[in-house]
Design a binder for this molecule. Sequence first.
Ligand SMILES: *Cc1c(COP(=O)(O)O)cnc(C)c1O
Length: 381
Amino acid sequence: MHDMTEPAAIPFIDLGAQRRRLGAAVDQAVARVIDHGQYILGPEVRELESRLAAFCGAKHALSCASGTDALMLVLLAQGIRPGDAVFCPSFTFCATAEVVALVGATPLFVDVEAATFNMSPQGLERGIATAKRLGLKPALVIPVDLFGLPADYDAILPIAERHGLKVLSDAAQSFGASHRGRKVGTFGLATATSFFPAKPLGCYGDGGAVFTDDDQLIEVLRSLRVHGMGSDKYDNVRLGMTGRLDTIQAAVLLEKLKIFDDEIAARDRAAAAYNAALKDLAIVPRVPEGLTSVWAQYTLRLRPGRRDRLAADLRPQGIPTAIYYPKALHQQVAYRHFPVADGGLAVTERLVDEVISLPMHGYLDDATQARIIEAVRRALA
Ligand SMILES: *Cc1c(COP(=O)(O)O)cnc(C)c1O
């Protein structure tokens, strides 16, 4: 018997509920791949790519092995190299800057805006000036659509254009979101996304994709994905990588894509319910006019002491929370020797002490969410 004094643990992301909804569809799709045997670049991969491109309105989609590889493929295609400055937020997952450092270029960290958690356009301007002062060549900007909300592309794209910078959008958390009527996947030179299981559209392993409208870039990306292949894979015209998405994962994603819009709507309802119930007690996330979020995370801001107390209060009640991100990249051992934009990253340094994320997914039923809200309100009262 379940002990009624200890309430059931609530999952932070309920992949089990999604699996129950999908029923046998995914199992059958995977079984079809196992039967037809085209495990590498099988027909499901091509079908997924055309469906992903149609979903977001990009001309081309190229699936790949992870979100990190999606970013890396674009850096390789653009020939980003030592001496190049690539502008990244510091308030992000490490992969955004990791790929830059791996190709020998310099990630230059830019501050974010407290209201959106996304790259500050003024911070980017400062970063570009900093790069020039340091003798680096401003080459690329990687805005991140943090927690599922598109970055301020209206402001960032013209700055990039003015300074001759290409824009690679890190949409690992935001696939499915939109910005003034256009879907993520259509901003800048290219967009990278991730299908890591915990992302809004996740597969059952690692996966990712690149989107672009550029006909030349897509051909180079396609080559880089298979060891820099030329006319065939034993014709090597450049250095590349093993960057393919498994056919089995493509089959999983094809089934999940069918219910994705519905899940996004459910996430949005859950976020609206959290906002309405918590806005008097914490700084709740705000979606700017004309944008939509896919709520990869639902993130509150609280004074540091209260933030930590809230997590400690909720844990014994079976309510998980998470801190994205407890340390900014410029504070990490692996990244602290890279430059930050002149003037520093004051907002980023404040946010790492203030943010706390609550359970968020497309299967948060009313009763469960009410239990979370009640516990948060009690803890913050
Ligand atoms: C998850 C994530 C990535 C990397 O994606 P993987 O598929 O895990 O390699 C890159 N950038 C951001 C912002 C992410 O959240």
